[in-house]
Design a protein around this ligand. Structure first.
Ligand code: SF4
Length: 325
């Protein structure tokens, strides 16, 4: 353990083998690991927790075959499908974020590529939203051209989410309609335009522990401002509806969150989808590692209300963070 503490202040020297040791730590040592990780979290993030809400601005009808996704072309999941939400819905959610002093308003759009008209229309939405509500905006919006990225930057988008989801070697097991390298080059282009990056993954896709370590090392190379760690919620109608998630114990999930903090000590580490399912009863412990969570559900799955999420943070002895745009 003391070796981990020493290493955690020199993140460059963490090897894959040492990262794997952390995932394999016996559960009885988890309290010690959490204490060590908390000292890192406290150093870089204090005691604050950012709370975000998510608007699904475009839903369903995606051409891609991501196995976990209810919006994929191969999914029969019973979800609402629409091209673009009315502006009033975005504005309503923007005010919800602002009036509850939440840290960010995240906006997800299904699909992998957008034509220029679609980008221009969405950029107008963002411009108007930024004029009315003083909130950080983060978008999840597939692959962009350089020009489209610049349009969204000029419109006021602060951060873009583009996840790697899993390791390079496991990627073709969950998606074959685009490549891992396309994801990485899209992220590099977004960084060149000056966007903050949110880049994380999903646990429970059938990956091995080595895949988790490999994914986190790929993410570390990207050095994103924010790292969302999702735990799969198998949705009826998706290819992973019957995924084996029996190994996702609270202890295992917490070790993954700890490893993310140790490898990316300065980034926001977000416990995203699945916290309500897999950490039940032990959710407060996640704050030893994470400084960011969602409230009010996910793209196609429900979640904890804003009020209950704020209570969870404050009852755990943490403060929720307000970031003005
Ligand atoms: S994750 Fe994104 S790209 Fe993949 S199927 Fe879902 S909406 Fe499409």
């Amino acid at each position: 353990m003391s070796k981990i503490l020493q290493k955690s202040f020199e993140t460059e020297s963490f090897s894959r083998e040492e990262a794997m040791e952390i995932l394999n730590i016996p559960d009885e040592y988890l309290p010690q690991l959490l204490d060590i990780v908390y000292s890192i979290r406290k150093k870089y993030k204090g005691n604050s927790v950012g709370i975000q809400i998510l608007t699904n601005a475009r839903s369903g009808n995606c051409s891609q075959n991501c196995a976990y996704c209810a919006q994929s072309r191969d999914s029969d999941a019973d979800i609402n499908k629409y091209r673009l939400v009315p502006y009033e819905k975005l504005l309503h959610d923007g005010y919800t974020a602002h009036d509850n002093n939440l840290s960010r308003h995240c906006i997800g759009l299904s699909g992998i590529r957008f034509n220029d008209n679609e980008i221009n229309r969405f950029a107008e939405y963002v411009k108007n939203l930024k004029k009315e509500v003083d909130t950080h905006i983060c978008c999840s919006i597939g692959f962009l051209t350089l020009q489209q990225a610049q349009i969204l930057k000029d419109a006021g988008v602060n951060r873009i989410n583009h996840n790697l989801n899993t390791s390079r070697s496991f990627y073709t097991s969950i998606c074959t309609t685009h490549t891992y390298d396309e994801r990485i080059s899209n992220i590099k282009m977004l960084q060149s335009v000056g966007f903050e990056i949110c880049c994380g993954g999903i646990i429970g896709l059938g990956e091995s522990r080595t895949d988790i370590v490999d994914m986190l090392f790929e993410i570390r190379d990207i050095n994103p401002q924010s790292v969302p760690i999702n735990f799969l919620i198998p949705l009826k109608g998706t290819a992973l509806a019957d995924a084996d998630i029996s190994h996702l114990s609270p202890e295992y999930c917490l070790k993954i969150l700890c490893l993310a903090r140790l490898l990316l000590p300065k980034s926001d580490i977000r416990c995203a989808a699945g916290r309500e399912v897999y950490l039940k009863g032990k959710e407060k412990l996640m704050f030893y590692a994470v400084d960011s969570i969602f409230a009010s559900g996910y793209l196609t799955a429900g979640g904890q209300s804003i009020e209950d999420t704020i209570r969870l943070v404050t009852d755990a002895g943490f403060e929720y963070r307000i970031e003005s745009a």
